[in-house]
Design a protein. Structure first.
Length: 287
């Protein structure tokens, strides 16, 4: 059983959290802050805020670690935090960065190059997801967090640009669904073969598609329930819990298996999933 005390014991002196040990990183720090806030430990959250503020880049995005001079997908994680917590101006910088960024395959230059080379555009390249790093292809993971962050922002400040970006990103996920139902990390097909879906990415995508009505969703939910019965990965089980609960399909009375939590990230997400079972989901709530 993971406790909040275990998580707080891993906080570094600089206020951030490592993946397991060593220097602080943005991803585990944000998830740990969410778990600490849910447990009412604002003292730990304050340390994380101070550390995060030092990592914002001039373009409004966030670096994954101190010393990295490029904004990456972790900007979406910071944008999930309450605006007043990280600072309204800083938060708006993160949101603007997210609205501007798309995967490389969505850019006019890339599409022109493919056309000149005689390649027909892939159907799943018609929609805009988010990449791990600027200038690279979009993937399911960062697209999930981009949707969750902009969804919360749209509830606070509905604008046409955010609505359009959310629509394209949701369509991106639906277009990337694997034939068997569920999601891989990237495309539904690779090198001419159907790609296999994975538990963690299936749960993540379903969480991001909460409230979406489409024929593909039922197929994905069936796949997620199969994965839940078979999965022996703490990361996979946690994201499946989030995804199935978002659609009201987590089995009644479900008790997750006792699995090792190897990183701060895994422990934080497990605590958040336990809180979701009590009706608190920081990924879907308007903070």
């Amino acid at each position: 059983m993971i406790s909040i005390d275990f998580l707080l014991s891993r906080q570094n002196h600089d206020g951030g959290w490592p993946y397991s040990a060593g220097p602080s990183w943005t991803e585990p720090t944000v998830f740990a802050m969410m778990a600490a806030a849910a447990a009412g430990r604002q003292d730990a959250v304050a340390g994380g805020v101070e550390w995060l503020r030092g990592l914002q880049r001039p373009d409004g995005g966030w670096a994954p670690q101190a010393g990295v001079e490029e904004s990456t997908w972790v900007t979406a994680l910071v944008a999930l935090l309450p605006p007043a917590q990280i600072g309204l101006e800083r938060h708006q910088g993160a949101v603007s960065w997210l609205v501007r960024l798309t995967g490389r395959e969505s850019s006019p230059v890339y599409r022109l190059r493919q056309y000149l080379l005689g390649f027909a555009p892939e159907p799943d390249q018609a929609f805009h997801g988010w990449p791990w790093f600027p200038g690279t292809a979009a993937w399911v993971g960062p697209t999930t967090f981009g949707i969750l962050a902009l969804r919360q922002e749209f509830r606070r400040r509905p604008t046409r640009s955010i609505a359009e970006r959310l629509d394209l990103a949701r369509r991106f996920l639906l277009a990337r669904m694997c034939r068997e139902g569920g999601w891989n990390h990237g495309s539904a097909r690779a090198l001419g073969y159907d790609a296999r879906a994975y538990p963690e990415t299936t749960g993540m995508a379903l969480l991001a598609l909460e409230g979406v009505r489409a024929p593909q969703i039922d197929r994905a939910l069936d796949a997620a329930q199969r994965f839940l019965n078979e999965c022996r990965s703490a990361d996979g089980v946690t994201w499946l819990r989030f995804g199935l609960t978002a659609h009201g399909r987590l089995p009644a009375g479900y008790c997750p298996p006792a699995l090792p939590f190897r990183t701060t990230r895994d422990a934080s997400l497990a605590l958040l999933a336990d809180g979701e079972a009590a009706g608190r989901n920081p990924f879907l709530a308007s903070l």
